[in-house]
Design a protein around this ligand. Structure first.
Ligand code: NAP
Length: 271
């Protein structure tokens, strides 16, 4: 799998496995545990060594499933990202939240730990006091943020004792906010990875232009949407799929040769 070099020298696979809805959404779903664990295991074998989860997903159950699936692999083979809830950004709450995540994930450390959403009620200084501590302890290898605009990201950079490695935001062919609000350019100019979530949502796969470009290359619309993101400097993406064929197609998309004309057309796409 192709990787990007992070601003701390680490390497991040440009495609990660999204896991929202595995093990439940906003409540725990235990009904498909074996199926989901096997699915995550197969994904890792297929090349999804970068996994994106969060304490939010399935109220922690998703982390449990990821933790189980990871047991069959050497820990260093996996780049594991998890996220702390906006409700857990107070100093003590964050320390407790990380303990819970690591226990569920059956590991001593997260490769990347993100603030899932900003919380205006908690001073960022307090959150970063806790984050800097867990990073110094080695329980978190890197710190990142999610759903931060440029102003907040700058504040995070000032407070973080290690480089802020990523901002994870919604970005796809229809949701162009990171282009419009300057976040994409800021990340590219400051060696921060923009992790694009929901790369296939908002109806992008139904778009006629996307489908036409896909036909031209004998590819699928999903593959075009994934490639359009990963061809951009400093951008990685984390599509979620519970379908092994789709997972494979998303990996194959990384080698799709979009030409300049395709890119021009895709850049014009709007919903
Ligand atoms: N930081 C945040 O606030 C935040 C917010 C949202 C999401 N995320 C993360 O980002 C991940 C991805 O976002 P998402 O789950 O919202 O949306 P997504 O990955 O854009 O879309 C998921 C949907 O796409 C389908 N799909 C995947 N690959 C496909 C393919 N090759 N062909 C056709 N359909 C395909 C999946 O169905 P099948 O299962 O049938 O393939 C699923 O219904 C999440 O799982 C989560 O880890 C983070």
């Amino acid at each position: 799998m192709k990787t990007l070099t992070l601003n701390d020298g680490g390497r991040l696979p440009v495609l990660g496995l999204g896991t929202w809805q595995m093990g439940g959404g906003r409540s725990r779903d235990y009904s498909r545990d074996e199926e989901m664990t096997a699915l995550i295991r197969d994904a890792i074998e297929m090349g999804y060594t970068h996994i994106d989860t969060a304490e939010l997903y399935g109220v922690g159950h998703c982390e449990e499933l990821v933790g189980r699936a990871m047991q069959d692999f050497a820990r260093e083979e996996i780049f594991l990202t998890t996220k702390v809830l906006a409700d857990n950004l107070r100093y003590d709450d964050l320390l407790r939240a990380l303990d819970g995540s690591l226990e569920r994930l059956q590991t001593d450390f997260a490769d990347m730990y993100l603030i899932h959403w900003p919380n205006p009620e908690v001073p960022l200084e307090e959150t970063f006091r806790a984050l800097n501590r867990v990073a110094a302890e080695g329980r978190v290898k890197r710190i990142g943020v999610s759903n931060f605009d440029v102003a907040l990201l700058r504040q995070a950079q000032e407070l973080c004792e290690t480089p802020v490695v990523t901002d994870q935001v919604r970005y796809n062919l229809y949701t162009r906010e990171p282009e419009q609000n300057g976040l994409l350019r800021y990340c590219q100019e400051n060696s921060i990875v923009l992790t694009a979530y929901s790369p296939l949502k908002d109806g992008v796969m139904q778009n006629e232009t996307v489908q036409a470009v896909a036909r031209k290359h004998g590819a699928t619309a999903a593959q075009v949407a994934v490639r359009w993101l990963t061809r951009q400097p400093q951008v990685v993406t984390i599509p979620m799929s519970t379908n092994r064929d789709h997972m494979r197609q998303n990996i194959e998309a990384l080698t799709l040769a979009l030409d300049e004309e395709d890119v021009q057309r895709l850049n014009q796409v709007s919903n």
